[in-house]
Design a protein. Structure first.
Length: 116
């Protein structure tokens, strides 16, 4: 199983990015998908998840700014991030699991840097 995250980069505060995570080696439609991030020196934190059926759930601090979506035909999950702030600077990870809040597979991460 591979989860390949992409779309990270450098952006100014107030800008936006869309992260993608392409999955292979699994039956994508059977998996719940999620995004996490890790800020240097801090623990990994949950951002958003989307169930097999497309139901979404967000951490309070990203509600209204981030949107998770999936396209099963492309085996891909997305994270649209708007109104980015310097505090959003982190490595962003996608994850896949058959249990809604437990994730068996993780991507390698993509770095997002937001400058003020």
């Amino acid at each position: 199983v591979q989860l390949q995250a992409s779309g990270g980069g450098s952006v100014q505060a107030g800008g936006f990015l869309r992260l993608s995570c392409a999955a292979s080696g699994l039956t994508f439609r059977n998996y719940h998908m999620a995004w996490f991030r890790q800020i240097p020196g801090k623990e990994r934190e949950f951002l958003a998840r989307i169930s097999r059926s497309g139901i979404t759930f967000y951490a309070d601090f990203v509600k209204g700014r981030f949107t998770i979506s999936r396209v099963n035909a492309k085996n891909t999950v997305y994270l649209q991030m708007n109104s980015l702030e310097p505090e959003d600077t982190a490595v962003y990870f996608c994850a896949a699991g058959t249990i809604l809040t437990a994730y068996e597979y993780w991507g390698q991460g993509t770095l997002v840097t937001v400058s003020s």
